[in-house]
Design a protein around this ligand. Structure first.
Ligand code: PLP
Length: 401
């Protein structure tokens, strides 16, 4: 009879198999056991029909990967610790010294910072293209171009590009294109099948997603995914992902698995409330411009309508306003500070509404022609009632006078 210390470590009890419940199990492991040495030698860490080490996957992460593939219409998925890590993984896997990456000028800011920092230090050059002019993208593709980033709608300014034209340009040039699909989230449009029915199928090569936003839905998890449809491309990404030692924690994976079943309903509700508030903002005299793809006057509206349709659930929960130039930074800051339900904070996709002022002139190569001058404020609309949020905006606008 072994010592109790040993027995508590090597306990013989095995629970019965066949447990079934709404949520999948949460498996936590660095070490994974092999039945014998031969099996250990035989196992390939890339083979998802088995387990080799916590870093390479558990039943929990495999399950999340499969569900995310279904969400976005992809075939293979890698999980990483944040949305930004997903962007960085794609860059590190696919770019070499001497290569060039093209990035839309309205891209997620830290994606530009990665290009200007690490990528530049490693001899990888970048150029920014006009997201609203496919001809500018076509003109900037050169023999050095190895990767084109796409984003729809644009971060902060929410212009909607001609995504189909952009993907066609990349395909014609034989350059890989990667989409930051955080806004569309797999719900507003299908990144791997942009024009249903079109043959050959038109889609991006890689879709990254900040699961931090809608899939989590709680404002309490950081995670990202890298989804593909091509096994060889996936393997290039997967080898890099493994060698960098990227993995996600089981409890974080569990949180995202809990968020997914309600995601489409939440997304649709965020969309409905946001559209109502965007329309209300468009009637107000304080704003020079309201940026939301469903507003006819918002840049790229027709392109959004063509790609996403305009049914509920075709747009995310973001709207930006440009204050008239009569309002200075102090007044706009006071407006943000006066909001009660809207909290001041980054990110989006959670239940609470957020507000953030931006200095666009520091974020763009030049002031975009389609944007009015003025201070820009972005709202991330949560799941509160539209009437309460509107009342909050109204009382804060009253402080501007
Ligand atoms: C938030 C966000 C990211 C990064 O996600 P994190 O998990 O916060 O690193 C990337 N792209 C877009 C468009 C985002 O909004």
């Amino acid at each position: 009879m072994a010592d109790l210390t040993t027995t508590l470590i090597h306990h013989p009890y095995q629970p019965p198999a066949g447990f079934a419940a709404p949520q999948p199990g949460v498996f936590k492991a660095s070490t994974v056991f092999f039945p014998n040495v031969a099996a250990m030698r035989h196992f390939d860490w890339k083979d998802k029909s088995a387990y080799t080490y916590g870093l390479h996957g558990t039943p929990t992460t495999y399950t999340l990967e499969e569900r995310l593939c279904t969400l976005e219409g992809g075939v293979q998925c890698l999980l990483v610790p944040s949305g930004l890590a997903a962007i960085a993984t794609v860059a590190l896997a696919l770019l070499r010294s001497g290569d060039e990456v093209l990035i839309p000028d309205n891209a997620y800011g830290p994606s530009k910072a990665l290009a200007e920092g690490e990528l530049a230090h490693w001899g990888i050059t970048h150029r920014y293209f006009d997201p609203m002019d496919p001809a500018d993208l076509a003109a900037k593709i050169s023999p050095k171009t190895r990767l084109v980033w796409l984003e729809a709608a644009g971060s902060v300014t929410l212009e909607f590009p001609d995504l189909c034209a952009q993907v066609r340009i990349c395909k014609a040039a034989g350059v890989l294109c990667a989409l930051d699909n955080t806004w569309g989230a797999g719900l507003a449009f299908k990144p791997f099948d942009l024009v249903p029915g079109e043959q050959p199928v038109l889609g991006v090569d890689v879709s990254i997603h900040a699961l931090t936003k809608y899939p989590s839905g709680g404002g309490d998890v950081l995670m990202g995914s890298v989804i593909t449809q091509d096994e060889r491309l996936h393997m290039r990404l997967k080898l890099c992902h493994m060698r960098l030692g990227l993995a996600v924690g089981a409890n974080d994976a569990e949180s995202v698995l809990r968020g997914l079943p309600s995601m489409a309903l939440r997304y649709r509700q965020h969309d409905e409330t946001t559209r109502a508030l965007a329309q209300w903002c468009a009637q107000r005299s304080e704003f020079a411009q309201v940026l939301h793809p469903a507003l006819p006057q918002s840049p790229g509206h027709a392109r959004w309508q063509a790609l996403c349709g305009d049914a509920p659930g075709a747009a995310a929960g973001l709207v930006s306003v440009v204050f008239k130039t009569a309002y200075g930074q102090d007044q706009v800051d006071a407006f943000c500070d006066s909001l009660q339900l809207f909290k001041i904070g980054y990110s989006w996709g959670g239940p609470m509404s957020l507000v953030m002022p931006y200095q666009l002139e520091t974020m763009r190569s030049s002031w975009p022609v389609h944007l009015q001058p003025g201070i820009l404020v972005r709202f991330s609309i949560g799941l509160e009632s539209a009437a309460d949020l509107q009342a909050d905006l109204l009382q804060a606008l009253a402080r501007l006078k």
